[in-house]
Design a protein around this ligand. Structure first.
Ligand SMILES: [Zn+2]
Length: 206
């Protein structure tokens, strides 16, 4: 049975960049020993940093009622959901994950056929070699495409459709933006640090 102590806490480096998650249990140990500070996003959207003492003095009056609380014989305090490793300043480098968001990010939300920029919702992921003709879900076969270009291209290759790709699609060398593993439960305030987390369903080829 998983307990509250096994649920996840978002881990930031000293530059407030997310790079991992950890259990509440580990986060409390690190907070107690001063390795991390707890970050609280207040109602105005500002970040407050707390050491163990000031965190354990947060009261129900200040923290939203959605917060979960830890009760010890002497203290009652909210579960930290974001912590910052004060002495860790490496810029996290991630193995890029093949996701819809990853393709959008690589292509800068730009249709790779007509070179126009769109919102994420207005873009499709196009298979350069169409799926029905054996095209795979790979970095080198997926590009951003606007709906008009997508319709025009249909089940043809770019050359058959008389269309030209802006550039050859490649696998990004590294990805700067942290993405949560699929199905990770998220908490209040995480969206300030992790963007587009809901787009990170892996485009598997199964
Ligand atoms: Zn287009």
């Amino acid at each position: 049975m998983s307990s509250l102590l096994d649920t996840r806490v978002l881990k930031l480096n000293s530059l407030y960049m997310p790079f991992d998650t950890m259990s509440v249990r580990d986060a409390l140990c690190d907070l107690f020993s001063g390795v991390v500070e707890a970050i609280y996003v207040n109602d105005a959207g500002q970040y407050e940093s707390h050491d163990f003492t000031s965190w354990s003095q947060l009261t129900e009056y200040r923290v939203s009622h959605e917060a979960e609380w830890i009760h010890t014989p002497r203290l009652t305090f909210p579960v930290p959901r974001i912590v910052r490793c004060m002495d860790y300043d490496d810029i996290p480098v991630y193995e890029p994950r093949l996701t819809r968001a990853g393709i959008m990010e690589r292509d800068h939300n730009t249709c790779q056929y007509c070179n126009r920029k769109f919102s994420t919702k207005e873009l499709n992921i196009d298979h350069v070699m169409p799926r029905c003709r054996g095209g795979k879900n790979t970095w080198t076969n997926l590009v951003c495409s606007c709906i008009a270009c997508n319709v025009k291209k249909g089940d043809k290759t770019p050359s058959e459709a008389g269309m030209v790709l802006l550039k050859k699609p490649i696998k990004p060398i590294r990805k700067m933006k942290f993405t949560l593993p699929r199905n990770t439960k998220t908490y209040s305030g995480w969206d300030k640090f992790v963007s587009e987390i809901y787009w990170n369903t892996t485009l598997s080829d199964s």
